[in-house]
Design a protein around this ligand. Structure first.
Ligand code: ZN
Length: 146
């Protein structure tokens, strides 16, 4: 099995069985993301305490790439500080837009999305969850307790 097959398997697995999928009752902030080019719609929920993401979940509907990316992101950011998440977002963005570099080893399983950069129209699918997480962390809209 070569690396691209391994990466494809990771994406297929995270699309079929997305991790941290569903509403997060303890969310302190959330934001909605929309990628009209593809029709991807995500809501990202975060539970932030003392600058650390205690928990994160997402729901919505989207293509395989957007769902797998959100699932991988949710695993990668849980327990991290805002600064660490910002650094990770920067690395993911680099990975998705730079053709001349191997993915940073610190990306771990997130590197499975590196192949997306060969398909510019899909880059937005992969990055939607990160923009939505960023919106949630930088204000987003507050969760209504109804
Ligand atoms: Zn998409």
């Amino acid at each position: 099995m070569d690396l691209s097959e391994l990466y494809r398997d990771v994406i297929v697995d995270h699309n079929r069985r997305p991790r941290n999928f569903g509403r997060l009752e303890s969310a302190t902030q959330l934001a909605d993301g929309n990628n009209p080019l593809c029709g991807d719609k995500l809501r990202v929920y975060v539970d932030v305490e003392h600058d650390v993401i205690r928990d994160v979940r997402f729901d919505g509907s989207g293509c395989a790439i957007s769902t797998a990316s959100a699932s991988l992101m949710s695993e990668a950011v849980k327990g991290r500080s805002r600064a660490e998440v910002a650094e990770l977002f920067a690395q993911v963005h680099r990975m998705l837009t730079r053709h001349d570099e191997a993915p940073d080893p610190g990306l771990g399983k997130l590197a499975a999305l590196a192949g997306v950069r060969e398909f510019p129209a899909r880059v937005k699918c992969a990055s939607l969850c990160w923009h939505t997480l960023n919106a949630a962390l930088t204000g987003g809209h507050e969760v209504s307790t109804e």
